[in-house]
Every structure is written in structure tokens, then in C-alpha cells.
Design a protein around this ligand. Structure first.
Ligand SMILES: [Zn+2]
Length: 154
């Protein structure tokens, strides 16, 4: 056992003792402990942040948080090529496809349903997707989202 002299009574005590077992006086190890504590905290935080980063990535994959996939984008791109009525289209999220058309004064629920039919045919059936038809002129000129029609694809 490595020993040191007690600062108070000068007897031999355990080198790591923070208190003398004979006279009970403190051995001034507080500073050392604090330094050690800070190192532990920093190291602990580092480990913790590594862990939460990793577990965050894992849960992303495990819980499969809905994401706009390449399949979603490919559908949108193809739809815009096939359907010249659509001037622009975007997925707000994996459950909402917004299609911009020029307002002809009619309610475009039917057109939204048509897009749903296309979606369902392309394997998006049963995903709870909605299609919203937007006035593209209002959007580009006034930056306002005016809904002309909507459909739930189921
Ligand atoms: Zn002592």
C-alpha cells in the first residue's frame, strides 16, 4: 500500500485517503477530486452524445420514420411529364402531394381523385396519401396556397 504523511498528524496513511483515519483531518484531496469529476463529466458527456447520436440513427431506421423516398419523387416527376395540366408538384410530406394547376374556375376534386388513381396504380395504395390541387398562379405570384381541390387516396 502506497502511503503518505497526514498533513495534520504526520502519521502514515493510505496515499489515496482523503481523510486521515487517525485524526480525521482532510487531506486536501478536494481539488484533485474536482478535476477528476470534470474529466469524468466531459468524458461522460462525450460518451452520452455518441450514444444518443447512434441511437438516433438506429431509431430512424428501426421505427422507419416516414420519408419522401426516391419512389415518391419518381412518381411526381413522371406525373408532371404525363399530365400537362400539372405545372408543378411537390411532396409536402410522404402523405401529402401538392399539385399546382392553372385555375379554370372549377372545383378540382375530380382532378385530385385522378392523381389518387395514378398513385394507387403505382403502388401507393393504402398509405393514407392525400392529393391537394393548388392554384399555381396564386402560389407563384402572391405566394399564397389556394386549394382548388383535394382527395384522399386511401
Ligand atoms: Zn492525521
Amino acid at each position: 500500500m502506497a502511503t503518505k504523511k497526514c498533513k495534520h498528524c504526520y502519521c502514515d496513511i493510505d496515499k489515496r485517503a482523503s481523510k486521515c483515519p487517525k485524526c480525521g483531518s482532510s487531506q486536501g484531496a478536494k481539488h484533485y477530486s474536482l478535476g477528476k469529476l470534470i474529466v469524468l463529466l466531459v468524458f461522460g458527456f462525450f460518451i452520452y452524445s455518441q450514444f444518443t447520436e447512434e441511437s438516433g440513427q438506429e431509431s430512424n431506421q428501426a421505427a422507419s420514420i416516414p420519408q419522401i423516398t426516391e419512389r415518391h419523387q419518381a412518381f411526381k416527376d413522371r406525373l408532371m411529364i404525363d399530365t400537362h395540366t400539372i405545372k408543378d408538384a411537390m411532396w409536402s410530406n410522404p402523405y401529402l402531394l401538392k399539385v399546382g394547376v392553372i385555375d379554370d374556375g372549377t372545383i378540382r376534386n375530380g382532378f385530385a381523385s385522378y392523381v389518387c388513381t395514378e398513385l394507387n396504380q403505382q403502388g401507393f395504395k393504402g398509405q393514407g396519401i392525400s392529393v391537394q390541387v393548388i392554384d399555381i398562379v396564386k402560389l407563384t405570384q402572391e405566394n399564397s396556397w389556394v386549394q382548388l381541390g383535394v382527395a384522399r387516396c386511401g
